[in-house]
Design a protein around this ligand. Structure first.
Ligand code: HEC
Ligand code: HEC
Length: 430
């Protein structure tokens, strides 16, 4: 729940956070089920029962931005939650007829063993078709193959280099035909948990996304029919046959194979993760940085943190949502260019901060060369506009006032998020 509150015309904001992953309220809905196969259960949440109930909640009267012990709103919400859910529908899938031949788009082959951290939620992987070793191997080869570009000199991996967590070290990458892009290349990991792609979220799936750089004139600048003709002469036929069960190289299959490879890129073995499991220790400075990162800026309650966790919190160090984080950009409107809504102006997807030490320069336009420059931005460089995120707009005009030691501690903490297993020196087969 977020909004702008200040009455004197200043851009200000408030946010009230309803809950988080480490403070769950279990809800049980008793059901009688006779299960003979996969079942889908649709659950409704009734927000009216939650917020209005017997009497509407008085959010604005609440002095704090987060629920704490003794907070009345939190208690009320907790009481109402069990009655706010209901089961809408129970659907049982028909078991597939055993003699069906594989449909043309269906993967055949060996199921791929997807690796993830214990603390990560189970991602929704595609089932049409599911990941297989053959599909992933094909996608990996395509990802590294310069044949997909007009000059046959540039591959996906030209801009998505493993030494930089599958991004590059340039502000804007150069396309196959020599033109410069306008956005910073994004690192590629933990994509299985995202539901939109690119800085402005314009691609709804990886299979759709993966075909775009091939055709983009400022990237690989090739047409799909040409790319496919080249793959046919380069003997890709048997690899597509192994992955898809039937012969044929199509646009759809090209997208699916690249998607299969991209989905397998998971990263979760940083020093921070090890320390969280008790298999190592962070230094005092790194711990201080983490504390600042996770602490609210709310001087009325004696809290003077750096307030990063609102958007970069959780196992992925991103909320996977779009925010305006106070960068002035008069040309690139971000999410607004996709939705057409002025309220989305300059909102961009929150990047994960995992592997952040490897992916300089920073932000959608690579404007900051160093993490120190990023911290200075949040500390005292916010550009105020009507779409500035409320969690930043609530900071005082003079900034957070983090001293040099605190800023250094934040950077030290961010560097603990590098995953050495994701790098080419580790034998992970990247
Ligand atoms: C010329 C450099 C370049 C090449 C070549 C390139 N990319 Fe990218 N990639 C980028 C840039 C820049 C972005 C961000 C673009 C934007 O947001 O508009 C990006 C974004 C992405 C994303 C979105 C990630 C996310 O978290 O939303 C994926 C996935 C991706 N690229 C995959 C690929 C694949 C697959 C290929 C090869 C078919 C490829 N890229 C080729 C530069 C490149
Ligand atoms: C209101 C949400 C929000 C808050 C709070 C926030 N960030 Fe961000 N952060 C973002 C968004 C959105 C971007 C991408 C913006 C862009 O490129 O236009 C970003 C980008 C970054 C980047 C660059 C990532 C990259 O791959 O280029 C770093 C580093 C970063 N933030 C660190 C922090 C730190 C440290 C804090 C706390 C001091 C913080 N952020 C607070 C939303 C937020």
């Amino acid at each position: 729940m977020e909004g702008h509150l200040r009455k004197n015309g200043d851009t200000g904001g408030f946010a009230y956070h309803l809950g988080n992953a480490w403070n769950r309220t279990p809800v049980s809905l008793p059901l009688l089920l006779e299960i003979t196969g996969p079942v889908t259960i649709a659950i409704d949440i009734h927000l009216d029962r939650l917020f209005n109930g017997a009497e509407p909640l008085q959010i604005a009267a609440n002095p704090s931005t987060h629920s704490r012990k003794g907070d009345e709103i939190a208690q009320l919400l907790k009481n109402r939650i069990p009655s706010a859910f209901s089961v809408r529908e129970i659907r049982q899938a028909r078991p597939p007829a055993p003699a069906d031949p594989p449909a043309p788009g269906n993967l055949v082959g060996t199921p791929y063993r997807f690796r993830l951290a214990r603390g990560f939620p189970i991602p929704e992987l595609p089932t049409d078709p599911p990941l297989t070793n053959e599909g992933v191997a094909l996608g990996k080869r395509l990802f590294h193959d310069p044949l997909l570009s007009v000059t046959t000199k540039q591959s996906c991996s030209s801009c998505h280099q493993i030494a930089h967590a599958l991004s590059d070290s340039r502000r804007f990458s150069e396309g196959a035909s020599g033109s410069l892009g306008t956005r910073n290349a994004m690192p590629l990991f933990n994509l299985a948990w995202k539901d939109s792609f690119f800085w402005d979220g314009r691609a709804p799936s990886l299979r759709v996304q993966a075909l775009q750089p091939i055709q983009n004139p400022i990237e690989m600048h090739e047409s799909l029919p040409n790319a496919i003709a080249k793959l046919k002469t380069a003997n890709y036929g048997p690899l597509f046959q192994a992955a898809f069960g039937t012969a044929g190289i199509t646009e759809e299959r090209l997208g699916i194979a690249l998607e299969q490879f991209l989905l397998t890129k998971t990263s979760y073995r940083s020093r921070f993760d090890q320390a969280a499991r008790g298999e190592g220790e962070l230094t005092d400075q790194e711990k201080r940085g983490f504390e600042l990162f996770m602490t609210e800026y709310d001087p009325r309650r004696g809290l003077k943190g750096a307030d990063c966790f609102h958007c970069h919190g959780g196992a992925f160090f991103t909320d996977h949502r779009f925010h305006n984080n106070g960068l002035r950009d008069d040309e690139d409107r971000g999410l607004e260019s996709v939705t057409g809504r002025p309220t989305d102006r300059n909102r961009f997807i929150t990047p994960s901060l995992r592997n952040i030490a490897l992916t300089a320069p920073y932000m959608h336009d690579g404007r900051f060369q160093t993490l120190e420059a990023v911290i200075n931005h949040y500390n005292s460089g916010l550009h105020r506009s009507s779409t500035l995120d409320p969690n930043l707009a609530k900071h005082p005009p003079e900034g957070l006032g983090l001293g040099r030691e605190d800023r250094t501690a934040l950077v030290a903490f961010l560097k603990t998020l590098t995953d050495p297993q994701f790098l080419p020196t580790a034998k992970t087969g990247n």
